[in-house]
Design a protein around this ligand. Sequence first.
Ligand SMILES: [Zn+2]
Length: 158
Amino acid sequence: MYQKNPFKLTEPLIKKSCDAKTFGRGEEYIDAVSTLTLRGDEISVKVYGSMPRPYRVKISFNQKDWKYGDCNCPADYRPCKHIIAVLLKIVREGVDSIEPTFEDSLKLLEADALRNLLVTLVEKKPDLIDDIQAILTGDPKDEDELDADYEADSEFDE
Ligand SMILES: [Zn+2]
């Protein structure tokens, strides 16, 4: 059995990370959080709100900065109620499963399986072919953009 809350996360810690109003709103959203799958030290999850499309919350637990998790909602402060809802669900109900990171699961695939994966992805999302071509041909402008994305993503890495 895995630990259901492997982050030493507690409700008082979560409460300290936000104001009382956000904490209360977060509590109301716990049931709107989809299945919690931990990949490596990251959780990426959907939170269903009043909008037709759910918000996407991503929290990395490798640093003390878990409370600055990403959310694509329009609130201009963090943690927002969606991040709080995910953190509270972890504390109260635990994570549902623990999987290898996306990168680690790719490492297990043979070259043929990887090629099939890419072909299937491009069939589903034809726009991806432009991104893939840009990476393959090393278009410098796109590469800069990719670097910028990468740096923004890894801000809290060691
Ligand atoms: Zn949010």
